[in-house]
Design a protein around this ligand. Structure first.
Ligand SMILES: [Zn+2]
Ligand SMILES: [Zn+2]
Length: 123
């Protein structure tokens, strides 16, 4: 029997672009129990929900290096180029990215579905 406390999630990760939510159990670059794995960025990580083995984990997302928004690693929400950038930031600063990124972004063209934006209250 495993200790239940150990599996308790730290909180719930929520992508601020697509509203994906999932409980995460670790934030950082080296998920526990994965000595050989070092992530390139500080990430929100969830233990593989279906795998009892400790070295299974799933990267949910991380913070945008520009605006600090929490975004998932989905291709419609962010990309990784030396660090994580949310797509809105990439679009705003597209000139700062190499052409291959620009082309890649072209291919991603998201259907005109509006993300639940409009931050309710800003302080
Ligand atoms: Zn997302
Ligand atoms: Zn951003």
């Amino acid at each position: 029997m495993e200790c239940e406390a150990e599996r308790r999630p730290l909180g719930v990760f929520e992508c601020q672009l697509c509203a994906l939510t999932a409980p995460y159990s670790y934030v950082g670059q080296q998920p526990p129990g994965t000595q050989s794995v070092v992530l390139l960025e500080e990430s929100y990580v969830m233990r593989g929900p279906f795998a009892p083995s400790k070295d299974r984990f799933l990267v949910l997302g991380s913070r945008c290096g520009l605006c600090g928004r929490l975004v998932c690693v989905g291709p419609e929400c962010s990309l990784f180029y030396s660090k994580r950038f949310c797509l809105p930031c990439v679009r705003e600063n597209i000139d700062a990215f190499p052409q291959e990124i620009q082309q890649d972004l072209e291919k991603r063209k998201v259907p005109s579905k509006r993300p639940a934006s409009q931050p309710g209250s800003r302080t």
